[in-house]
Design a binder for this molecule. Structure first.
Ligand SMILES: Cc1cc2nc3c(=O)[nH]c(=O)nc-3n(C[C@H](O)[C@H](O)[C@H](O)COP(=O)(O)O)c2cc1C
Ligand SMILES: O=C(O)C(=O)c1ccccc1
Length: 341
């Protein structure tokens, strides 16, 4: 499709609806229960106003940052999302190519529909791995070791999905994986009987060779436990509003987590990032970097790798414009004072 029609992230969703099966679109777009948290993720960003400073003489802002010793050219990561072959026939391979062209870290989901070996062959930028811990802990351990052996450079353990949420809309959309779409590294859907606990996090940290981030933390006390359990990073996330409905917007949860963490480990966030100004606000309120979920899925559905690239590039360009217009030359220069109080 003609990508020149897509000027912002909303344009991708509008066009993706027409190209995806109803089942796939509903799977990506839907949230849990009454979808209040999905709505709040956006409303909370919209309610934050910016406080620009002028005449700073900034020509080209510098979006680079360093995370876990890794040099990133910008703070926009591709969030882990499952089943990319539902969105595009090339699936995760297209996502990896698209991420590479946009110089973005791609966090590959445990529920990838392409084997890790093939994704790493296609990738030109660092990959991270998202982990769902299964009842079979030995399988979990060997999956971590496989990802590390294949060069994945960080591990994001998802901790907010003890059970999947109340996915009414997904069910009404007739969600079902086609027989030829295979989750090579996950045996069947999540229906675990042996719940994940802080002890498991300590166990994983005892042998992991890459930084371990916990994805799905929303409050200060869990952030503290994460650090005590040896986590190298925290991702403030409500799973894009897909798990527990009526938890707060992540941008509202972020400042308290960042306050508690007090720079001991990097704090990342996701949920509702749709504009460069959202990235700027998240960084101002304590995030080192952000992840983007649904818009990347829609970019993939619209145009494969090129769609993924363009989604990230639009956000990055918007972030650069926001940095110039607020008078912030570097990522580390984006602090609380950029928020209108
Ligand atoms: C279609 C879809 C599939 C997802 N699959 C996973 C997954 O496999 N593992 C995971 O940790 N999070 C998963 N998520 C959550 C995302 O990683 C991320 O937290 C969320 O999408 C961010 O919000 P946003 O979509 O508003 O950007 C998924 C989200 C979507 C939309
Ligand atoms: O759809 C999701 O959000 C998700 O995280 C998931 C959970 C289980 C299987 C596949 C994806």
């Amino acid at each position: 499709m003609d990508l020149s029609e897509c000027l912002n992230l909303a344009d991708f969703e509008e066009r993706a609806v027409e190209r995806m099966s109803k089942m796939a679109y509903e799977y990506v777009a839907s949230g849990a229960a009454d979808e209040l948290t999905i709505r709040w993720n956006r409303q909370a960003f919209d309610a934050i106003k910016l406080n620009p400073t002028v005449l700073n003489g900034i020509g080209q802002p510098d979006t680079r940052l360093s995370l876990f010793g890794q040099e990133l050219s910008h703070p926009i990561l591709i969030a882990p999302t499952a089943y990319h072959k539902l969105m595009h026939p090339e699936g995760e391979l297209a996502t990896a190519r698209g991420a590479g062209a946009a110089a973005a870290v791609y966090v590959v989901s445990s529920f990838t529909t392409t084997p890790l070996a093939e994704i790493t062959r296609e990738a030109t930028q660092p990959l991270w791995f998202q982990l769902y811990v299964r009842d079979d802990r030995e399988l979990t351990k060997s999956l971590i070791q496989e990802a590390e052996d294949r060069g994945f450079r960080a591990l994001c353990i998802t901790v907010d999905t003890a059970v999947p949420g109340v996915r009414n809309r997904q069910e009404k959309g007739g969600f079902r994986l086609p027989d030829d779409v295979i989750t090579h590294h996950m045996p069947g859907p999540l229906d675990e009987k042996k719940p994940l606990t802080w002890k498991d996090i300590e166990w994983i940290n005892s042998f992991a060779r890459t930084p371990v981030l916990l994805k799905g933390i929303l409050n200060a006390s869990d952030a503290e436990k994460a650090i005590q359990s040896g986590a190298s990073g925290i991702i403030v996330s409500n799973h894009g509003g897909r798990n527990l409905d009526t938890v707060p917007a992540t941008i509202d949860a972020l400042p308290r987590v960042a306050d508690q963490v007090n720079q001991r480990v990097p704090v990342l966030m996701d949920g509702g990032i749709r504009r460069g100004t959202d990235v700027l606000k998240a960084i101002a309120l304590g995030a080192s970097a952000v992840l983007v979920g649904k818009p990347v899925c829609f970019g993939l559905a619209c145009a494969g790798a090129e769609g993924v690239t363009k989604v990230v590039e639009i956000l990055r360009t918007e972030l650069e414009i926001a940095m110039i217009l607020t008078g912030r030359a570097t990522i580390s220069g984006i602090d609380h004072s950029v928020i209108w109080k």
